[in-house]
Design a protein around this ligand. Sequence first.
Ligand code: UDP
Length: 475
Amino acid sequence: MKKTVVLYPGLGVGHLVPMVEVAKLFLKHGLAVTMAFVEPQVKSTDFSAAVARARASNPSVAFHVLPTPTPPPPADANTDGAPRHHVVKVIQSLAAMNAPLRDFLRSLPSVHALVLDMFCVDALDVAAELKLPVYYSFASGAGDLAIFLNLPSKFASNTAKVKELGDSIVTFPGVPPFKASELPSEVIGDGEAFMYLLRMFERMTEANGILINSLESLEKPAVTALNDGLCVTGRATPPVYCIGPLVSGGGDKEHDCLRWLDAQPDQSVVFLSFGSLGTFSSKQLEEIALGLDKSGERFLWVVRSPRSPDQKHGDPLPEPDLDALMPEGFLERTKDRGLVVKSWAPQVDVLRHRATGAFMTHCGWNSTLEGITAGLPLLCWPLYAEQRVNKVHIVDGMKLGVEMRGYNEEVVKAEEVEEKVRWVMASEGGKALRERVTAAKDAAADALKEGGSSYLAFDQFLNDMGTSMVATVQN
Ligand code: UDP
């Protein structure tokens, strides 16, 4: 009987996408894989669509939806009536899935390991109860892991401290120094959510190992710090394995925007896309449009509807009304050199298209790797979650992108959009940046080849996993 590995990806598109790629790696090495899913409590069109896409394009991966227990978790508000942070709700709703997860694992004839997304932290208890080897598939890079594993010892005794640090410089092993305000401040600003995160990061060290979607040469200092045990105080760091970059094969090959790109010259188009959840105010959309208009450069821009004040992070959004959102005459004036796509584009295919020349990104980790493996210079405009620290890694560590000035203010001005777009497409600095990213792209391809660093790291992981497979689930 084939050995089965169960992957448990949690609830975010950005976490699901790389986990499917990990599933494919296991399959390639002869193991059977089942992905266990949770139905989102709040219906997220993006997540459901991403699951549907993953299922359709990976028939050899088994998908299993865990039944939602009754009564459904979790409370929308704290005991004091304040609305709950979405991070707390995600962790709680995943914790409430422990019983169905346990039943599902017990129902399988032979499970050899459980691989978790970091938000599925409470599933560590299920693994311990069933005596299953447990691993993490970490959806961000080694630099983020180096920071996150360090946070509990730095701040657990005083979570308010990190907020008070403001713009003062913080240091973490293996990571360039950066302002404390670049840490995921929307979470840190919420005491309860920050405590949940610290517990989540602290418990990551209970795993038998951590798979990282990165390659060693891209993040050498952070990988060294992790391997040397410098990121965790008072206990050992589990072995880390850089097995990436794992990038999804792409989406809808028939999308109109790809046909539009076919008609553009090589490396001439700036692609603007801000992750599965990124939105802007109408004022900001207008500034971007004006900047693109004035730059004179070609562009392909994915636009979402602005989020209204009563809409929460992750709530489904209506299709944008471009006539209402774009400045007067903008679509008409730029129709020969620009295309605005509503809500979603097949990003990986766009990035790899020969006509795409640069990528304005929110610095989500998948987008970062997708941009680098397409050899595109990154214009970094971080929005939420860990994206500000990703920007630090990209700009100050890897030197594969530049920062959009004003990303941390109310708006990034039209002049900045114009200036950076022109700079990246038509300056000596932009050319030098493109050369550095091309070298990183080549290094990434080499890492995945037989004998490359990521190939060998996965081999090592399978070896280590084999030796820790001391028990299968006891029914
Ligand atoms: N994505 C896409 N089309 C879009 C927006 C996003 O295909 O219009 C994909 C993108 O290629 C990436 C994922 O959604 O694989 C977003 O993950 P990332 O880690 O970059 O950001 P997150 O959505 O988690 O903030």
